[in-house]
Design a protein around this ligand. Structure first.
Ligand code: FRU
Length: 495
């Protein structure tokens, strides 16, 4: 009996010590290709840009994406395809949509046509319908203005195989060169009937269309000709219903713009207002940006999420058209951001959109290290750091043995990511830059996600977000955390 007790005590001590959260940190190099992210989605090979056709169905998050499988620069666009059951592990599936005689397959969305309004499936097996832009590249090289047209395809086997609709295009071009990126959602009208609404980027504004069946579309209204940022063409919109913190209904219109973003090149602006009687009316004329870093573009949200998830789930393309085609990766080009949950918050009476890391990201935390504000070693290329902030300012410096540095800070109301000396940058003159964002209100806590070639910064659970890609010649090995950071935690992230 006594011996049993003794053994039990020894076992307990062993167990407790193995669960302690401050193990010695030693750097564990990833065996993957240089710069290949460990937990961000990348295509196995070839080129990737915008996320497309985000839809949840029967336990699977589908991620389609702009893809050129035969090269690592932008080319004839296909829809690549991957699925995940947890937003962290992605399984690559065969290409969903190939270009054909009508053109390349540009960006778009996917819906579940649950009532088979399109007639493309059946009541028992409702179709998944993809709505995309055909871009006719040959015609684009002529004086024609009608080379971008909206079309649909459908799948009756959970997105595994697709058939293009024989009556394509479903929304022919009226004679406008930039006419693309349909995002379709379903709304319930005042009389209880349902309509499909297409939000379409047209030059540098938005057109809204409606349809009873996804096949015939009627123009409802236009928005944005004289409001918002207009430094470039508008692309990849999304129209989203939200509740404000006080319980009011509001709509948010996401609009990506290239160029003309706050850090040069590509970025996503958004408008807050009402969508009523087929038209969008913004609450004010303020220009708002979803992410103040240089590398979060063309992001959109998942459709058909179960209502008990009670969230708006977003993912963006983690690059910028300024240099996307020349970043120094080998077998593939570009990654997606981590998935994020969007919601509205209020700062001194002004509504803004926040983007917090999706809760599933916590599953990546493999080992927790307690660190202090001295120099800390990093356990790998994939880490998360969380901290409280006092005095509304902080400085974090990641370094490697080559003297390269990545600086993250808040000072005098400006949040900055400084990648001027953060590794390879000779591929583009604009890349080595310091990017800053105004944040007039207090920073109370931070979360940082570092991967082999990116950093994502979330302040106050995403009230301010900044995303930046970077290419350190050797991985970051240490981090220095300023005195005003409290309750510091460092996690080694593993899938
Ligand atoms: C945005 C975009 C879209 C277009 C696609 C082409 O990054 O330019 O407007 O559909 O990429 O790949």
């Amino acid at each position: 009996m006594k011996l049993n007790n003794l053994l039990l005590s020894i076992l307990c001590i062993l167990l407790i010590s193995s669960c302690q959260s401050d193990p010695e940190i030693s750097f564990e190099s990833s065996s993957t290709e240089k710069f290949r992210p460990l937990y961000h989605f990348t295509p196995e090979s070839g080129w990737m840009n915008d996320p497309n056709g985000l839809i949840y169905l029967d336990g699977e998050y589908h991620l389609f994406y702009q893809h050129y499988p035969d090269g690592t620069v932008w080319g004839p666009m296909h829809w690549g395809h991957a699925v995940s059951t947890d937003l962290v592990n992605w399984e690559s599936l065969p290409i969903a949509l190939y270009p054909d005689s009508l053109g390349y397959i540009f960006s778009g969305s996917a819906v579940l046509d649950a009532e088979n309004s399109s007639g493309l499936g059946s009541a028992e097996n409702p179709p998944m319908v993809a709505i995309f832009t055909y871009h006719n590249a040959e015609e684009a090289n002529t004086s024609s203005d009608t080379f971008q047209n909206q079309a649909i395809a459908f799948s009756l086997d959970k997105g595994r195989t697709w058939e293009k609709y024989e009556g394509n295009p479903v929304l022919p071009n009226p004679g406008i060169r930039d006419f693309r990126d349909p995002k379709v959602s379903q709304i319930t009208n005042a009389d209880g009937t349902k309509s499909w609404i297409m939000t379409l980027a047209v030059l540098d504004h938005i057109n809204f269309y409606s349809s009873p069946d996804l096949k015939s579309w009627t123009l409802l209204s236009e928005f944005g000709k004289t409001i918002g940022a207009h430094g470039g063409v508008w692309e990849c919109p999304d129209l989203l219903p939200f509740k404000t913190p006080s319980g009011e209904d509001k709509w948010v219109l996401l609009v990506s713009i290239n160029p003309g973003g706050p850090q040069n090149g590509s970025a996503t602006q958004y408008f807050i207002g009402d969508f009523e009687n087929g038209g969008f009316t913004p609450d004010d004329t303020m220009i708002r940006w979803l992410d103040y870093g240089p590398d979060n573009y063309a992001g959109v949200t998942w459709s058909n999420l179960p209502s008990d998830q009670n969230r708006t789930l977003f993912i963006g393309w983690m690059s910028n058209w300024l240099y996307a085609n020349v970043v120094p990766t080998q077998a593939w080009r570009s990654a997606m951001t981590i998935p994020r949950e969007l919601s509205l918050f209020d700062i001194d009476g002004t509504l803004l959109l926040k983007s917090a890391p999706a809760k599933e990201m916590e599953k990546l935390r493999a080992v927790e290290f307690k660190v202090n504000t001295e120099t800390s070693a990093l356990p790998s290329e994939a880490v998360e750091i969380t901290a409280g902030v006092s005095d509304n300012s902080f400085l974090i410096t990641f370094s490697n043995e080559l003297g390269e540095k990545l600086l993250i800070s808040k000072e005098n109301g400006l949040v900055s990511i400084d990648r001027r000396n953060a590794g390879k940058s000779d591929f583009n003159p604009d890349f080595a830059a310091m990017h800053s964002a105004p944040m007039s209100w207090e920073a109370k806590d931070i979360r940082i996600f570092l991967d082999a070639s990116s950093i994502e910064l979330f302040i106050n659970d995403g009230e301010l977000a900044m995303t930046s890609i970077l290419f350190p010649t050797s991985p970051w090995k240490t981090v220095d955390l300023s005195e005003n950071l409290k309750s510091l935690k460092l996690y080694n992230l593993k899938k």
